[in-house]
Design a protein around this ligand. Sequence first.
Ligand code: DGL
Length: 300
Amino acid sequence: MSTNPSLPLSAPAASSPSTLNRAPIGIFDSGLGGLSVLRAVHAHLPDEAILYAADSRYAPYGERDDDFIGDRTLAICEWLAAQGAKALVVACNTATAQSIALVRERLSIPLIGVEPGIKPAALRSTSRVAGVLATQVTLRSARFQDLLNRYAADCRFLCQPGHGLVQAIERCDVGSDALRALLVGYLQPMLDAGADTLVLGCTHYPFLDATIRDIVGDRLALIDTSVAIARQLERVLEQRNLRAAPGSAPGLPRFFSTSDGAHLHQLAATLLHLDAPVQHVSIPSRRTSASDSQPDSLPA
Ligand code: DGL
């Protein structure tokens, strides 16, 4: 990890349309998972500058209470907006499920959330049995229940909380024996029930695709919505005349982390081939400001 303390952190002055077009997209996740969305956005919209903020100090959000997730999501989104982001992608299913309505109330810039690909899975499954791996918070959310009600009428979805998976990826573990054993425990019951499709309902999980593929072979089609999110972002930017000019050559994304950023740098460099510095940032919030000088321990 390297740091660059000279990077400006203040909001730009009032922007003309062309200045606004050159402004970056802000992408946020509880940790490293949003890099799977960044990968798709960077490939699909190569002229757009990107700021990526990982709240790794407080990940995983899937083990947190609702108020904590809302508090951190709002703080990070406000911080990205203050850096001059022209649009935000909440690249976290858990934060979207729990808090996107709150952020929409507070921020006026375009906001794109993510949600598990229930609709594409229901369209794709021929056995009419599909698995969903997501965090407990996502699975118990009203938004997720609404997705099932809308799209899963004639398809059985087996919903499995992916306890331990986000923690492994935050350590840059995408294929250890222990991780593989955890995945086998989650996936085998789906295979036994006849599932032919698996929804990766957490943006961390696409980094497990090789290990999942190794376990299930071609018995499960993997549904990852990151490319659809990049397309949705493109549509929103176009509707608002916010696209960067072609050939803008924005350079590498700028990475920020509320932890030391070493694993963010490692995962971006090894899996995305984006070898960019990571700047540590402190983003206090109502629930964390008092303890911001000390890492906040997770509930047992
Ligand atoms: N990438 C986040 C998601 O999509 C992980 C949530 C967590 O931190 O538990 O849900």
